[in-house]
Design a protein around this ligand. Structure first.
Ligand code: HAS
Ligand code: CU1
Length: 537
């Protein structure tokens, strides 16, 4: 059966399939790191599973889900998808690319982790597949922007719906970020993996990678924020506290997310300390839109609680719909983000970074941010979306209600342990389960606690997949519930400063040039010897 949401549903289906495979890979690693013995365990399985987990979760699950969400909003907020055929072409390009990359990983030919740092080398089809995934997402971005422009021509005097405002900012950010990635992959990695060039400069490649890699995290986060601002207050029974603050936050992400990449390269040689410090300062600036979001979303929830009769200082919290799986997913994701934000500020502090860089702390950090705040929001959103997109009732509702709490509990064990283990010196990206005695002692108990967390996370993932599959295939048919979005307390009068996308794109480009032009020229001017390729297996 096809309906007008088939395009969105197909993307979301692929996202969840990638999530399912990636979850199994995650469970394997948790056990490996904790030194639990199981059949087939060993270095090669560890590196295959860590790469597959990272690529499928961080790149495939997120990108497909975000594309699907974009189509839902185009359809529901703008009443159109302009260029649906292009949307399908983009889908197939991205899907074929993802399968190519995944196959080379699972065959053990591309165990380079999701950051694919050279001089570790993957199979050419890994890089080509990743490129196709990005090309598919570019087409998606073009379709959403075309839908927006067509709507804008008919509605010249009103600001874009907040969902579309957030999506437009996300897409422009994505184009600017993936420019760095394209230079790295097309200009360096693909020719090198095909044997057309013999050597590669890892430092230059890493610099292009992190031009992309930090805004990537906001490419994940901004769609989650759209759901927090535009859907959550409605589900909670309240109003959006402030429309202009929400619009400002998305624009600040667009301009501030990219000129910060050196905070991933504090220990890299060849980049001068002054530039690293400059990127520390811009990183602190990009904390601000998240702090604004914390304020606005919590204020919106307080409004919800008060509309339901709360009158004390904190009793509004108890009036929120904690048994609604969408609400609890987002709320738990927000609570996790308190720790994600604190950890991010520590990572970004130029000096303190030396303590945590390349340790398990970073795994702790991105499992609270990406693995909880974003992933839980997307899972919760799936429970909200499926009945509306499929016209089917959620199956196993109780399982859906429990699942977010299970995830939060599992991730708390997992992530807290990894944060502490990192402070005790546990390295990341290393087959560390094999380190025993004096080498592994300081963190062995912690990795076991984390493995228990990993098993709980796996059970939670299974619950999610069970609910989704059962709903999709056998949910009771119902008239699809309407999409209803949060209404701000004060409606915006007309498009304002934050709605000037051309202006803000120009500002973002200038900031990227300021942050990267000079350091890149310096790097390219160094005598460069390059490195031959290394294949872990
Ligand atoms: Fe990060 C490394 C800095 C946010 C993901 N980060 C990573 C890596 C990943 C990642 C994947 O500066 C590893 C990369 C690799 O493989 O090497 N990160 C930050 C900073 C922020 C930040 C400053 N990160 C994220 C987000 C991610 C993510 C979001 C994914 C989605 N990160 C770093 C740095 C490194 C790094 C360094 C490199 C480290 C190294 O050495 O390798 C900020 O954006 C954080 C802002 C967040 C806040 C919190 C706001 C709080 C909110 C919730 C409030 C809720 C309340 C309770 C109060 C300011 C919005 C609600 C109550 C209810 C009742 C509901
Ligand atoms: Cu970053």
């Amino acid at each position: 059966m096809t309906n007008r949401h088939t395009l969105a549903l197909t993307h979301i289906g692929v996202a969840i399939a990638a999530f399912a495979v990636a979850s199994a890979m995650g469970a394997l690693q948790g056990l490996t790191v904790a030194d639990v013995n199981y059949p087939l365990r060993g270095e090669s399985l560890y590196y295959v599973s860590v790469t597959a987990h990272g690529v499928l979760m961080a790149l495939v699950f997120t990108t497909f889900f975000i594309m699907g969400l974009g189509y839902v909003f185009a359809e529901e907020s703008l009443g159109r998808i302009t260029g649906r055929a292009f949307g399908w072409a983009g889908f197939w390009i991205a899907a074929v690319g993802s399968v190519l990359a995944a196959v080379t990983i699972l065959r053990g030919q591309s165990t380079v982790l999701y950051t694919f740092y050279p001089p570790m080398q993957a199979h050419p089809l890994f890089y080509i597949g990743a490129t196709l995934l990005v090309v598919g997402s570019w087409i998606w971005g073009g379709v959403i922007l075309a839908s927006y422009r067509s709507w804008r021509a008919e509605h010249p005097t009103v600001p874009a719906p907040l969902s579309i405002h957030g999506m437009v900012a996300t897409i422009v950010l994505w184009y600017l970020a993936t420019t760095g990635l394209a230079i790295e992959v097309v200009g360096m990695l693909i020719p090198w993996s095909l044997g057309l060039t013999e050597k590669i400069d890892p430092l230059v490649a890493r610099t292009y990678f992190w031009w992309f890699g930090h805004p990537l995290v906001y490419f994940w986060l901004m769609p989650a924020y759209i759901l927090w601002y535009y859907v959550l207050p409605r589900i909670a029974g309240g109003r959006l506290f402030s429309d202009p603050l929400a619009r400002m936050a998305f624009i600040l992400f667009l301009v501030l997310s990219t000129p910060v990449g050196f905070h991933h390269q504090f220990v890299d040689p060849g980049i001068s300390p002054g530039w690293k410090l400059a990127h520390t300062v811009t990183t602190y600036a990009v904390l601000y839109p998240s702090l604004v979001t914390a304020f606005t979303v919590i204020a919106s929830l307080e409004v919800a609680g008060r509309l339901k009769g709360a009158d004390g200082l904190f009793d509004w919290i108890g009036r929120l719909p904690w048994s609604d799986p969408f609400f609890s997913s987002v709320a738990l994701g927000m609570i996790a983000f308190i720790f994600g934000g604190l950890g991010g500020a520590i990572n970004a502090a130029y000096a303190m970074n030396a303590m945590v860089h390349n340790t398990a702390w970073i795994m702790g950090h991105f499992h609270v941010t990406l693995g909880t705040t974003v992933a839980l929001t997307f899972m919760g959103a799936t429970y909200w979306l499926l009945p509306r997109l499929l016209g089917r009732e959620l199956r196993f509702k109780t399982l859906a209600q429990v699942q977010p709490y299970l995830w939060f509990a599992g991730m708390t064990l997992f992530s807290a342990s990894y944060h502490i283990a990192g402070l005790r010196g546990m390295p990341r990206r290393v087959y560390s389960g094999a380190l025993t005695g004096d080498l592994g002692g300081p963190w062995h108990t912690l990795t076991q606690v984390a493995a228990v967390g990993g098993v709980i996370l796996f059970l939670s993932a299974l619950s999610f997949i069970t609910v989704v599959t059962a709903t999709w295939l056998a949910g009771k048919r119902i008239p699809a519930p309407a999409f209803e979005f949060a209404v701000p307390i004060v409606e915006p009068a007309g498009p304002g400063l934050w709605d000037r996308y051309g202006l803000w794109t120009a500002v973002a480009v200038v900031l990227i040039l300021l942050a990267y032009a000079y350091p890149l020229i310096q790097l390219l001017a160094h005598p460069r010897f390059g490195s031959p390729a290394f294949k872990p297996f």
